[in-house]
Write a protein that binds this ligand. Sequence first.
Ligand code: OVV
Length: 416
Amino acid sequence: MSDAPATELIEGHRPIAAPPGVAEWDVDPYDPEILKNPEPFYRELRAKGPFVYLSRYAMLACGRYEETHEVFSDHERFVSSRGVGLQDFSLEEPWRPPSKLLEADPPAHDTVRRVIVRSMAPNVVASIRDMFKQAADGLIRELVGKRSFDGVHDLARVFPTTVFPEAVGMRENDPDRLVDYGSMVFNAIGPDNEARRSAMAKGPDVVPWITAACERQHLENTGIGGIIYAAADAGEITEHEAGMLVRSLFSAGVDTTISGIASALYCLTANPDAFAELKASPNLARRCFEETLRMFAPVHSFCRTANLDTEVAGVPIEEGSKILCMLGSANLDEEYWPNASTFDINRRPVGHLAFGMGIHNCPGQNVARAEAEAVLMAIAEKVDTLAFDGEPEWGVNNSVRYLKKLPLTLNQVMHT
Ligand code: OVV
């Protein structure tokens, strides 16, 4: 008789038992100290095996390249529709209507995916490059006048929160609210901890604002948003779905690019030889950004949920298991990347997981690259040296690795 009481949920998912042979680990990956400086945790995670059992969350985690890649890219066994955080959407209601992209599986996922991919296709990215370049040039020219600045506050935060909404066609931008909304989205991936609660406290102000901002009447007909709404006109998706896709742009495209640009500045400052190489050949900007993404994956982790009993690397995984995929760790796996902890501007880190892998891989990655390239090329052209002007400070977020402070000074010998 199955009248046993239903198991209590942990952080919104059904707890699983440790599979045989998997090390149990009483660590909290969401400990602020780990989130700010995750490398020691990543190293230990990889050393413990292909998976560990996180006893306090009764779920699995992986951080080696091979298994992280396998779980993250196999959308049939490891689904996204049950949420990519600790909560299982088949058991608990999420905080916002689920994303039609991130939190969906085929076939529903594929229709909207086609539209978002089209909205940021190479021809679209090409058409916004000049706007990115002009904005970056103007911003760097200003900073050259200041000499001493905060790479996050004065540069990394300013750029994506202005040029990306413009590329989308947002009519009334509000950079602070965009960042606050992103903080809700990415902290919601984690447990009900301090980071999640303080981000969620902004909800009453931010959620109605972002919902309205994604509606057709608040967007230009041109730009990325215009292409998405044109797909609604063509009957390919509904108008409601179009609004949800625009919401995805603002959910995924702001905090991540802020993180990537700030981390790239950090890498160039910490590696003067790389900066000298970039100055000699500004078209290395793209590789420089790619290597930054490998070393400091803006999305450090997302979960998948096993939708059936299966096995990875000989480890039995039961239906309903949440698996925390540590993308930041897979990108630093010494077994896969030679000299993984060395920033090498010439590496060409093909296969890094910072943009994900498989059918859910980042549809905005070429927009992100274009933004970073514009900024890094402007720096390469207009700045001679970069130096730290104080201690960089890393922030705490349940799924984004980011700098919150990056005090820098720059020197410019020749005035251009
Ligand atoms: C990749 C990503 C991150 C955050 C939000 C979304 C996607 C979304 O579709 O809402």
